[in-house]
Design a protein around this ligand. Structure first.
Ligand SMILES: [Zn+2]
Length: 151
């Protein structure tokens, strides 16, 4: 821990206690300037950051993912439980990586994989956005690929 007065890294803990909220407080002393200061240690519960394709970061938002899925799955025989399961799989995968930042394609790949098994129409709708299928030709190729895999 760096000394807030002289920025030295030579500090030592002289006392440690736990407060009523379970946070750890440490009394420290700088070995260079000999001044004392306290630190408070607490658990940080954060959603991992999603690294978007353009490099921007935003907090993982399960609600936003659900909204996107609902659009892809509109009028398709997909239950709310199905959507929850996809989101759970995504959250589980993010936790498994143990990283604080996850590229957005990691999430997109899981979603597209799940939708492919769940409902082909929802899959194609999602793929048009996610894979950036911008013309009929590429959409048709994707549908052909889907058909070929089904056989
Ligand atoms: Zn100091």
């Amino acid at each position: 821990m760096r000394c807030p007065y002289c920025s030295s890294n030579e500090t030592k803990v002289i006392d440690t206690r736990t407060d009523a909220q379970g946070n750890v407080r440490r009394r420290r002393e700088c070995e260079v300037c000999e001044r004392r200061f306290s630190t408070l240690e607490r658990a940080i519960l954060t959603s991992p950051l999603v690294i978007k394709r353009d490099g921007r970061r935003e907090e993982f938002d399960a609600q936003k993912l659900i909204s996107g899925l609902r659009i892809a799955c509109a009028r398709r025989p997909i239950s709310a439980e199905d959507l929850d399961r996809i989101v759970e799989r995504v959250e589980y995968a993010i936790r498994q990586t143990g990283r604080t930042e996850v590229p957005s394609h990691v999430i997109g790949d899981i979603v597209i994989d799940e939708l492919r098994q769940l409902d082909e129409v929802a899959y194609i709708r999602y793929a048009i956005v996610y894979l950036g299928l911008s013309d009929l030709e590429s959409v048709r190729n994707e549908i052909e690929r889907l058909r070929a895999n089904r056989r």
